[in-house]
Design a protein around this ligand. Structure first.
Ligand code: SAH
Ligand code: SF4
Ligand code: F3S
Length: 450
């Protein structure tokens, strides 16, 4: 179908969904220059590492990966070719100069707001003149300069609507790597969503570091969602990640009223002890979080709640950690992400007294995960016997099998024709495990006419 690209582009993505979106957009910027995506870095003309700075491990991974890529660059040079190495993303933003020092094989460094400058940076790297580091904060310029065309793969897509964070949780690097909160204009987002729908996308996930703080000139996130829900073909809308303090009444109402808005909400709470929440600068208490969930469930009782947790924040004692477990028991999560606190240079928490021993963090993480796993299995088991609409996305691992997502974002496997890919089909759920559900197509499930 597609011609062999003139130039081979390998992109490795770390971190959050916004990096996934950004990687796709970098490919869009580079495609007109003749770059096509390849699956392996060996022999590539351009290697981009789109990096994450959130925890120490994430950052260190980048440097070890760069060690391997450097060897490939040397091999290619010995064979008479060239490989350009670019570091993008949040590590690029946070430690741009240091990266070039620590790994001289890196040709250019580009921060998250400067992807539209990639062609120029690559040209400078090839000419070996000019600045090869760009880490400005100007998201508006970026979105104006990115090509309108997007290559979609599949029937679901991410769409960034908001970037940056003004919340300054004391543990977190994001306000420093992504800059202040900034929202794209609704018209620009609608235009991108329409193009996605025209290309067969049926579900979009709106992205933002604080997506529910979206403020598009009079448009709240709820109003934006309602506008996008009118786009023909776009049947499902999701958004992530939200902050409890920006969970407005209109968004809660949208969950109760709008069938296109999927009943899944990722709303990080981080901890259950008010003392720790205060030290984190979270601006919510355990109680206010629980009340908020009650309010959301009053309008949408079946909503799948998801969250992020940090264990071992400085000053967290056993009694504080027990409160996290209590909160989890009270809320009941359908899924969750939990992390050991990681000390990030330059953040206020890294200098706080009472840093917690790694072994204690590990033990708390195990206990928390055991409880969260139990809840996830229980939530999945609840679906057995129900018929639910599944958006089928791809072929499964076993022959004849197709895989999709339930409204609650669970993976659902069923035996069915590939003609059903891209369609929303009723499925009777027959089995459940921690990570997925199994079902059979409901007898009424016949492919929609093409
Ligand atoms: N903007 C989002 C996501 C931020 S990063 C939000 O406010 O929720 C995703 C998650 O990483 C956070 O929710 C937090 O749980 C975790 N995280 C951030 N900094 C961390 C650190 N220093 N150590 C461990 N986990 C961290
Ligand atoms: Fe980080 Fe807090 Fe902002 Fe989320 S809200 S990105 S955790 S500072
Ligand atoms: Fe990581 Fe940056 Fe996302 S630090 S989590 S890639 S915003």
């Amino acid at each position: 179908m597609s011609e062999t690209p003139q130039k081979r582009l390998y992109i490795k993505t770390y971190g959050c969904q916004m990096n996934v979106y950004d990687s796709e957009r970098m490919a869009d910027v580079l495609r007109p220059l003749g770059y096509g995506i390849v699956d392996e870095p060996e022999g590539a003309d351009l290697v981009v590492l789109n990096t994450c700075h959130i925890r120490e491990k994430a950052t260190e991974k980048v440097y070890s990966e760069l060690g391997y890529i450097k060897q490939m660059k040397t091999r290619k040079a010995q064979a008479g070719g060239t490989m350009t190495i670019a570091v993008a993303g949040c590590v690029a933003q946070a430690e741009g100069k240091e990266i070039m020092h620590r790994q001289p094989a890196v040709d250019l460094v580009v921060g998250p707001q400067a992807y539209h400058q990639l062609p120029e940076l690559i040209a400078r790297a090839h000419r070996a003149t000019g600045e090869r580091l760009s880490a400005d904060f100007a998201a508006d310029e970026k979105f104006d300069a990115l090509p309108a065309e997007r290559q979609v793969n599949g029937v679901t897509a991410f769409l960034t609507v908001q970037e940056g964070c003004d919340k300054f949780c004391t543990f977190c690097v994001v306000p420093y790597t992504r800059g202040g909160e900034w929202s794209r204009p609704p018209e620009q987002i609608e235009d991108e969503a329409k193009r996605l729908a025209d290309q067969g996308v049926r579900e979009v996930t709106l992205l933002g570091q604080n997506v529910n703080a979206y403020d598009g000139g009079g448009y709240t996130l709820a109003r934006l969602v309602r506008r996008l829900a009118r786009i023909p073909g776009l049947d499902r809308i999701r958004y992530t990640t939200s902050h409890p303090r920006d969970m407005g009444d209109d968004l809660i109402a949208a969950h109760a009223e709008l069938p296109e808005l999927m009943p899944y909400l990722h709303l990080p709470v981080q901890a259950g002890s008010d003392k720790i929440l205060k030290a984190m600068n979270r601006d919510h208490t355990a109680e206010s979080y629980v009340r908020l969930i009650e309010k959301i469930r009053a309008g949408r009782p079946d909503i799948a709640m998801s969250g992020d947790f940090i264990v071992g924040f400085p000053g967290e004692r056993d009694g504080d950690f027990e409160k996290t477990l209590e909160l989890v028991r009270e809320v009941g999560f359908a899924s969750a992400f939990s992390f050991k606190y990681s000390r990030r240079p330059g953040t206020p928490a890294s200098a706080m007294p009472g840093q917690v021993d790694e072994a204690v963090k590990a033990e708390r993480l195990d206990r928390l995960n055991a409880l969260l796993d139990e809840q996830q299995k229980a939530f999945n088991a609840l679906q057995v016997g129900k018929v639910m609409p599944v958006l089928f996305e791809k072929k499964g691992r076993n022959p004849g099998q197709i895989v999709g997502r339930s409204p609650y974002l669970q993976a659902v496997h069923a035996v069915g024709s590939e003609d059903l890919l891209g369609q929303i089909v009723p499925v009777r759920i027959e089995s459940s495990a921690k990570m997925s559900l199994g079902g059979v197509l409901d007898s009424h499930a016949i492919p929609e006419p093409a």
